[in-house]
Every structure is written in structure tokens, then in C-alpha cells.
Design a protein around this ligand. Structure first.
Ligand code: ATP
Ligand code: MG
Length: 512
């Protein structure tokens, strides 16, 4: 076992034109540790990972050492693989058309010695083994495109674990745990701890500071591309201190964003809604109310935003919004948008933003039709509206003209939200609205959702994060096997977790 650190960065910088994404970064990851890396949206975390992976060439002068060996000016995939460096990128980097086993095998096939043909039966078995370590029941033969985000994350993590060899290597995780439900998280932490205590190491990027406190041994914070305060033992810091270090300001506790519900008629009435997993749900939302829906993976709650907005056809179900009735089996997205129904989806790249269009175009696109002629794009109202969104959600850089694809993950998420929060939909359905954003932005977003509801918009939030639901919802529905099994008014984080897992135990007792 070599004594050199698995990863050492010295004076690493990376500029994009005039933007200095990384600025003289020194960082050392020790063998046997889980090293946390935290930082505000746009602080350079993913850029650091992409420089390490060889996707971006660093500026001259910086040094990257893996196991004591200097990587050339641009790391080669082969060198990384030989050194046992496995990276889970923020966008997961999976091939959706390929199976789970094929995705897990990429980069480390077990080919026959002479034929060089990939032994797929063996790969499938290996995939099953590593999924087993994560206590996951995903079928190795399933196409990744059929999986939800939680399962996709598990596949990406499994691929990285698959590449580890005992006693060496480094696993890099760029916000890979965000979508995982509680029980999957615990299995993953156990597997990760196993890898590092066998002599590996991990660099773990996360916006979930509670997780960082719980899982990491040491932690480093980035702000504006530079390290602030050096690397410290996690036990010597606190969640609040970390947040202050990365944001450069104190944050107040997010106590209460839940607004009052106006009395009067229901704003939204949904009857008999069924989809792929959803098996007949009735719900109502009152003016000013934020309704949460949650449950374990596969319970159907996460279909709701898409069925309610016509993004996916329902098997059955009608929606009554301010007296206007829509048949959700046939309405489709165009009619729903015309009726004032808006969706903030989970897959921001696939469904939410147009990465090649500018920030201004993305934010104002939904209102181009109602605010004058399409050829008047670039006119004053568009500029004003864009600047309002950029300021309200603190998008960085605060520029209307850059393509959205050049923003960091969290800043893309803010643009997608801003596009709908700025408008005046009658119904707003959101799926995981605070994904990818830092602790400061999370508060801004939750407040913005509450403010939208207080203007009379009916809001439905689907989320696996009990803390988000507790912070913003007036009421939460918990689903199991496609049906609502409990309704929580005045929800708390503990109350939600309990209802989700109580139902899970109940169901497995039935099955067993
Ligand atoms: N290809 C690119 N071209 C131009 N600028 C870029 C490019 N990629 C990243 N940037 C800029 O570099 C900075 C750092 O972005 P990066 O994606 O590393 O942030 P991050 O810390 O990962 O943020 P997040 O938590 O939101 O994922 C941002 O200002 C971003 O806009
Ligand atoms: Mg990032």
C-alpha cells in the first residue's frame, strides 16, 4: 500500500474566459477518510471534479497527484482507472438506453483474455453483487431509462463501487446522494465506509450539511473558487459554522414559511387520478395552500406533478381548477398550460430548461405569447423580468445573456424555478424543488414557493425530503402503493418520516 495521499491538488486553477471557477486550490484527501467538499452554488465544486476527470484542462501551473503520481496536464481516463479513481458526476453520466449491468460495467469490463469479448453473464453477476452490497433490488437487466432518479443514482454509485479495489483508489461523489431515500442512504453510507476502511478514500460533495456532519471525517469549503479556512476535522466544526464559511454570511434558522390558507372554495379539486403506479387519488387544494405529497420510492406520489400538468397522460382522472374542468387522460401539456397550470420537473436538463438558450429566454419563454409578439424577444419587459428572477433567487453570475448550460447545477435549478414563480399560474406543481441548491438558496426557494401560494396560486410539492415538506407545506399526503394512506395537517419532519415508514412496515407485514 503506498503512503502517498490518494489525491493531492496543488495550486489548481481553472478559468472560463474571465470567470475564475477555481483559484489556487490546495487540497489533500487522505487514505481511509471520507472527505467532504462543500460550497455555494457556482463555487467551483463540479469544475474541480471535471478537471480531475480530464474533462476540463486546468490553467497552467496547477498540479494534480493521484497516489503520488503527477497526472499530465490533462488526466487520461486510463490513468485514472489504473489508479482506481471512480467518479460519480453531478448529472450521473448514465446511458439511458443501456441496461443496469451494462452501465455498471462501463470502464471495467471483464473481457476474455484471448477473445477480448465482454463476458456479459459475468458482468450481470458482478452488477448483482455490487447492487446487493447496496441492499438494492434493482434488476440488472432493466434499461436505466426506466428507472426513477433514486435508482439511477444507485446505479451510478454501484458503478463507482464496482471500480474499487481493496486497499486503494478514490471514489468521488458529486451530489450523488441527493435523490436517495433514507433507508437507501444508510445502506450506501455503510458500503462507502467499508471501501474507505479497507484503505480507499472518498471525496464527497453535498449540499446536505447534516449528511456532511454525519458521514465525513474532514471537510473543506470552497467559496468563489477558492478554499476558505482550510481543511478541518468534521468533529471540530458545526453545521452552522460550515454554512457560514461557505456562504460568507450567517444564515437565520428557517423557522416558518408556511402561510395561512384562505377560507372559501377549493381552488383545485382532483378526482380519481390514476397513472402508472397511482391507483386512484382524490385531492383538493385551497387558495394559498401548499399541499405536499410523499412516500417511499415506487409509491406513485412522484407521478402527481406530471399527471396534474398533462406532462403524462393519466389512466383516469379529472381536474377542476376554478370551475374549469379538464380530463387528465386527454388534456395534454398545451391545454394544461393554457389553463394556467405549470410544472417544475425533476429532470431539469431533460424537461426543464433549454441549455443552449440564454438565461433570459429560458425565464421569459412561457410569457412571450402574452407579452407581445415573439419577434419582440429581447425587449424591455424581458430584461426586467429576467433581472427580477436573477435577484430574487440570487442566480450567479447575474447575467441574462449566458447559455443556461454554462451555469452550475444549482443555478440552473434556480432559473427553471424562476421561470414559473415569476409568472402567475393558477396551479403550480413542483417535483423536488430544492434539488442541487445550497443551504442559502434552499431557504430563498422555499420562501418563494410560500410567497407564490400566498398570491392565491394552488401549489403541489412532490418531494422525498421531509425537511422541505415540513418547511413549506400546510398539509402533506403520504402515499403507499398508489393510494393516500395518511394526511398530515401542520406537518413536522418527524411526523412525515414516521408516516412514510409506518406505512412501509405495515405493508411488509402484510406481505410477510
Ligand atoms: N463550461 C463552462 N463555461 C463557462 N462557465 C462555466 C462552465 N462550467 C462552469 N462554469 C462556471 O464556473 C463556475 C463554477 O461552476 P461549478 O459548476 O463548478 O459550480 P458548483 O460548485 O458545482 O455549483 P453547484 O452546487 O450549483 O453544482 C460557475 O460560475 C459556472 O457558471
Ligand atoms: Mg456542481
Amino acid at each position: 500500500m503506498s503512503s502517498a495521499p490518494p489525491l493531492e491538488l496543488v495550486g489548481l486553477s481553472k478559468s472560463f474566459g474571465t470567470v475564475k471557477a477555481l483559484h489556487g486550490v490546495d487540497l489533500s484527501v487522505r487514505r481511509g477518510e471520507i472527505h467532504g467538499l462543500v460550497g455555494q452554488n457556482g463555487s467551483g465544486k463540479s469544475t474541480l471534479v471535471k478537471v480531475l476527470s480530464g474533462y476540463h484542462a486546468p490553467d497552467r501551473g496547477g498540479v494534480i497527484k493521484v497516489d503520488g503520481h503527477v497526472l499530465g496536464s490533462q488526466a487520461k481516463l486510463r490513468h485514472l482507472r489504473d489508479a482506481g479513481v471512480a467518479i460519480v458526476h453531478q448529472d450521473l453520466g448514465l446511458v439511458l438506453e443501456k441496461t443496469v449491468a451494462e452501465n455498471i460495467a462501463v470502464g471495467s469490463f471483464s473481457a476474455g483474455r484471448f477473445s477480448r469479448r465482454v463476458d456479459w453473464r459475468r458482468e450481470q453477476q458482478r452488477a448483482a453483487e455490487v447492487l446487493d452490497r447496496l441492499e438494492s433490488a434493482i434488476d440488472p437487466r432493466a434499461p436505466v431509462g426506466d428507472l426513477d432518479v433514486a435508482d439511477r443514482s444507485i446505479v451510478a454509485i454501484a458503478r463507482a463501487l464496482r471500480a474499487q479495489r481493496p486497499g486503494r483508489g478514490l471514489i468521488v461523489l458529486d451530489e450523488s446522494t441527493r435523490a436517495l431515500p433514507k433507508h437507501a442512504l444508510e445502506d450506501f453510507y455503510r458500503a462507502l465506509r467499508g471501501v474507505v476502511s479497507a484503505g480507499g478514500a472518498a471525496l464527497m460533495i453535498s449540499h446536505n450539511l447534516e449528511e456532511v456532519m454525519q458521514v465525513t471525517d474532514r471537510v473543506t469549503a470552497l467559496r468563489g473558487g477558492a478554499i476558505v479556512g482550510g481543511t478541518v476535522p468534521t468533529s471540530a466544526t458545526t453545521e452552522r459554522e460550515l454554512a457560514e464559511r461557505m456562504l460568507g454570511r450567517a444564515i437565520e434558522e428557517l423557522v416558518h414559511t408556511v402561510g395561512d390558507v384562505a377560507s372559501g372554495d377549493d381552488r383545485l379539486v382532483v378526482e380519481g387520478l390514476a397513472g402508472r403506479l397511482l391507483a386512484g387519488v382524490d385531492l383538493t387544494v385551497q387558495p394559498g395552500e401548499v399541499l405536499g405529497v410523499t412516500g417511499v420510492a415506487g409509491a406513485g406520489w412522484d407521478e402527481l406533478p406530471y399527471l396534474l400538468t398533462g406532462a403524462r397522460p393519466a389512466r383516469s382522472g379529472t381536474l377542476l381548477l376554478d370551475g374549469e374542468r379538464l380530463d387528465l387522460t386527454s388534456a395534454g401539456p398545451a391545454r394544461c398550460i393554457a389553463a394556467g397550470i405549470a410544472l417544475v420537473p425533476e429532470h431539469r436538463i431533460a424537461d426543464g430548461v433549454a441549455v443552449t438558450l440564454s438565461v433570459a429566454d429560458n425565464i421569459t419563454l412561457p410569457r412571450v405569447g402574452s407579452n407581445g409578439k415573439p419577434w419582440r424577444i429581447g425587449s424591455r419587459w424581458q430584461q426586467t423580468e429576467t433581472q427580477d428572477v436573477l435577484a430574487a433567487l440570487d442566480v450567479r453570475p447575474r447575467r441574462a445573456d449566458v447559455p443556461v448550460g454554462q451555469l452550475s447545477g444549482g443555478n440552473q435549478q434556480k432559473v427553471m424555478l424562476g421561470k414559473w414563480l415569476q409568472g402567475r399560474p393558477r396551479l403550480l406543481a413542483l417535483h423536488e424543488p430544492t434539488q442541487a441548491v445550497d443551504v442559502g438558496a434552499r431557504q430563498d426557494i422555499l420562501r418563494a414557493i410560500a410567497a407564490t401560494a400566498s398570491r392565491g396560486v394552488a401549489v403541489v410539492v412532490a418531494s422525498i425530503q421531509p425537511a422541505d415538506l415540513a418547511a413549506v407545506c400546510n398539509r402533506v399526503l403520504v402515499l403507499h402503493e398508489g393510494r393516500v394512506t395518511s394526511e398530515i395537517s401542520a406537518p413536522t419532519e418527524d411526523g412525515i418520516v414516521e408516516a412514510v415508514y409506518a406505512g412501509r412496515l405495515m405493508l411488509s407485514a402484510h406481505e410477510g
